[in-house]
Design a protein around this ligand. Structure first.
Ligand SMILES: Cc1cc2nc3c(=O)[nH]c(=O)nc-3n(C[C@H](O)[C@H](O)[C@H](O)COP(=O)(O)OP(=O)(O)OC[C@H]3O[C@@H](n4cnc5c(N)ncnc54)[C@H](O)[C@@H]3O)c2cc1C
Length: 542
C-alpha cells in the first residue's frame, strides 16, 4: 500500500450493491481514497430489507453460497468475517415439492444425498454422483481460468501460443463447449424430477438450463462444497457488515446521490475518466471509476458516444430473467416447509420456454419459498411466519404492464402453492403483504429491463462470458456487479467487485498500461466532495 497514492485524490464507485460495496472496501483496504455513490437512500442494492408489523423480509437474495468470497473481502482489510457475521449452515439446503405430490430434500453431503436418492429414485443415484463429479471438475477449471481476474472472452483466459499443452487441452475439452446444462444433467439423470431439481442451480444466474453452457453446472459443486448459509439478521446483514467495514476504512459514502454522467478528458477514443456528474449537477473529480450500475446501462446512459457503440458492437447482450416477489406476513406457520423450498412447475421445458423464449410469464411456474423463521424466529411474531415467494418472470418487454398483469398472476401463484405445496389456506392467513414486480425491480435498482441477475448466460459456447471488469473502451473505467464478469448471485458479484478493485489498483501501481496509471493526471485532481473521514448517514434498506 502506498500512502502517496492514497493522498493523491479519490477513486469513485457508482452503486452500492454487493459488487460496489466489495469494490469500495477492497480499494479502501489497499489505501485508495474512495467515494461511494448510490441513488437510493440505503446501501446494498437488491440486498434490501422490508419490515412491517413485526415481520421482517429480505427483499432480494436469500440463499448465500460460497462465503469464502466474502471472507476474502474482509481479509483485504485484515479482518475476519466471522467477527462481523453470524452465519448458520442450512442443511437440507432445499426442500423440493413436485407436481406428483412427492417431496425430496437436497442434502449438502453427497453420500447422504445418494442414500436419500436410493429410496426416492434408485435409477438416479449413480447419475447424481456423476453429475457432481463433472460439476467438481468444471468448478476446478473455472477457478483456474475464470475466477479472481478480469475476463471478457476466451483470449483473456487462454493464450494458446504460450500455454497450449495437453493439460490445458484436457481442461478446455472438459468445459463441454457446445453442450448445455440441461443436456449434461439429462445424459446422467433419468428421473425428470431429480433433473428438474439440478436444473435449478442455474436459476441463481437467471438463465435457462436449456440455453446455458455446460460449464455452469459447476454451480452445483460450489454449493455442495461450501454449503448454503443464512446470516442471522437475514442476508441484509451482509451489506450491513460491508457498509460498516467501508466506514471503518474511511470510505466517503454518499447515499441519495445518483450519477448522471461519467466525465472523460475529451470525447475522443481512449479518453480517460476524470470524474462524474451527480444528478444534482455536482461534478466530482476522480482518478478512476468502478461502475456497479448495470454494464449496458453504464455505457448507454453514463458514457454514450463512440465508446458505447464499440461496447454494444462487441456482443449482443440479453437481460437475465426478472421476477415477481411476494412478501407475506402470516398468522400461522407451515411446519412442512423448510428454510428454502422449491415448488416445481409441472413441465420445466414449458416453463423455461415461456420465460426465456416467448417472453411471457409461465402458466405453471416454479415458486421458490423462503421461510427464514425456521432458522431465526425473530423474523415473525410468535406463531406467525414471514414467507418470501419468488417466481421467475421474463425480463420486461415493451408490452408488459405489470399493474395490469399482477392480479391474474398472483392468482396463478396462490393456486400453484395450494396444489403442489399444500398451502391451501395461505391467502386467508395473510396479515401483511407487499409485492415486487419486474417493473418495480427495474425502477428500484436501475437494472437492464427489470433483470434480477444482470445479463443472461445463454449461448452454448460463449454464454458464460460477461463484460470484463477492466473496460476495453474507456481507460479508468472498471465494471462490477451481476452484469459484469464473473456474473450474478451474491458470491459472484462480490468477487466481481474485488476483481474490479484489484484491476484498478494494479493499473494504479503500474507505470505502463492503463491510463489510470500512466495518465499524467493520475493523482492530480482532488474530489470536490466531503473528506473521506466524514461519517456516513445511511438509512436502512427498504
Ligand atoms: C428477488 C431477488 C432474489 C435473489 N435471490 C438470490 C439468491 O437467493 N442468492 C443469490 O446469490 N443471489 C440472488 N439474487 C441476485 C443477487 O441479489 C444479485 O446478483 C446481487 O445482489 C446484485 O448485486 P450488484 O452488485 O450487481 O448490484 P445491485 O444490487 O443491482 O446494486 C446496484 C446499485 O447501483 C445503484 N445504481 C445504479 N445506477 C446508479 C447510478 N447511476 N447512480 C448511483 N447509483 C446507481 C442502485 O441503486 C443499486 O443500489 C436475487 C436478486 C433478487 C432481486
Amino acid at each position: 500500500m502506498s500512502l502517496s497514492r492514497a493522498s493523491s485524490g479519490p477513486v469513485g464507485v457508482i452503486g452500492a450493491g454487493l459488487g460496489g460495496l466489495s469494490a469500495a472496501c477492497t480499494l479502501a483496504a489497499r489505501g485508495h481514497k474512495v467515494v461511494l455513490f448510490d441513488k437510493n437512500p440505503w446501501l446494498g442494492g437488491k440486498a434490501a430489507v422490508h419490515s412491517d408489523q413485526g415481520y421482517r423480509f429480505d427483499m432480494g437474495p436469500t440463499i448465500l453460497t460460497v462465503p469464502s468470497v466474502l471472507e476474502r473481502i474482509f481479509a483485504e482489510a485484515g479482518e475476519r468475517m466471522s467477527d462481523h457475521l453470524d452465519l448458520r449452515r442450512i442443511d437440507p439446503q432445499w426442500r423440493c415439492f413436485f407436481e406428483d405430490g412427492s417431496v425430496l430434500d437436497l442434502d449438502q453431503d453427497p453420500r447422504q444425498m445418494a442414500a436419500r436418492l436410493r429410496q426416492y429414485s434408485p435409477q438416479s443415484e449413480k447419475g447424481y454422483g456423476d453429475f457432481l463429479a463433472m460439476s467438481e471438475n468444471l468448478h476446478e477449471v473455472s477457478k483456474k481460468f475464470f475466477f479472481w481476474r478480469s475476463v471478457q472472452d476466451i483470449g483473456d483466459t487462454l493464450d494458446f501460443r504460450k500455454n497450449f499443452d495437453i493439460k490445458t487441452l484436457k481442461d478446455v475439452l472438459s468445459l463441454r463447449m457446445g453442450s448445455t446444462v440441461a443436456r449434461e444433467i439429462r445424459k446422467r439423470v433419468p428421473d425428470p424430477r431429480v433433473a428438474q431439481m439440478l436444473d435449478h442451480f442455474v436459476q441463481y444466474v437467471g438463465s435457462s438450463p436449456y440455453l446455458a453452457p455446460a460449464v455452469l453446472s459447476s454451480i452445483g459443486h460450489m454449493q455442495t462444497q461450501e454449503g448454503v448459509w443464512y446470516p442471522i439478521g437475514g442476508t441484509r446483514a451482509v451489506p450491513e457488515a460491508l457498509t460498516a467495514l467501508a466506514e471503518r476504512l474511511g470510505v466517503d459514502i454518499r447515499p441519495d446521490t445518483g450519477i448522471a454522467r461519467i466525465v472523460r478528458e475529451h470525447d475522443g477514443r481512449d479518453a480517460p475518466v476524470t470524474g462524474v456528474v451527480t444528478e444534482a449537477g455536482e461534478t466530482v473529480s476522480l482518478r478512476a471509476v468502478v461502475s456497479n450500475m448495470d454494464s449496458v446501462r453504464t455505457y448507454r446512459e453514463l458514457i454514450g458516444g463512440e465508446a458505447d457503440r464499440r461496447f454494444t458492437g462487441r456482443k449482443s447482450r440479453e437481460a437475465a430473467c426478472s421476477g415477481v416477489v411476494l412478501y407475506l406476513g402470516l398468522d400461522r406457520a407451515y411446519e412442512h416447509l423448510a428454510h428454502h423450498d422449491f415448488v416445481f412447475s409441472r413441465d420445466p421445458k414449458e416453463e423455461f420456454d415461456y420465460i426465456y423464449h416467448k417472453g411471457e410469464p409461465a402458466p405453471d411456474p416454479t415458486c421458490y419459498i423462503a421461510a427464514p423463521a425456521r432458522t431465526e424466529a425473530a423474523v415473525a411474531p410468535p406463531g406467525g411466519d414471514a414467507l418470501y415467494i419468488l417466481v421467475h418472470a421474463p425480463y420486461l418487454r415493451p408490452h408488459h404492464d405489470w399493474s395490469q398483469m399482477l392480479p391474474a398472476y398472483r392468482r396463478v401463484i396462490f393456486d400453484k402453492l395450494a396444489r403442489t405445496a399444500g398451502l391451501t389456506d395461505l391467502e386467508s392467513r395473510i396479515r401483511t403483504e407487499r409485492v415486487l414486480t419486474p417493473a418495480d425491480i427495474h425502477e428500484r435498482y436501475r437494472v437492464l429491463d427489470g433483470a434480477i441477475y444482470g445479463l443472461a448466460s445463454h449461448g452454448r459456447f460463449m454464454g458464460a462470458f460477461k463484460p470484463g471488469n477492466r473496460s476495453r473502451e474507456v481507460p479508468g473505467l472498471y465494471l462490477a456487479g451481476g452484469a459484469a464478469h464473473p456474473g450474478p448471485g451474491m458470491p459472484m458479484v462480490m468477487m466481481s467487485g474485488w476483481i474490479a478493485a484489484d484491476a484498478l489498483d494494479t493499473d494504479a501501481r503500474s507505470n505502463s498500461g492503463s491510463a489510470v496509471a500512466t495518465g499524467s493526471r493520475f493523482g492530480r485532481k482532488r474530489s470536490a466532495g466531503t473528506p473521506a473521514s466524514q461519517p456516513a448517514l445511511v438509512r436502512q434498506g427498504s
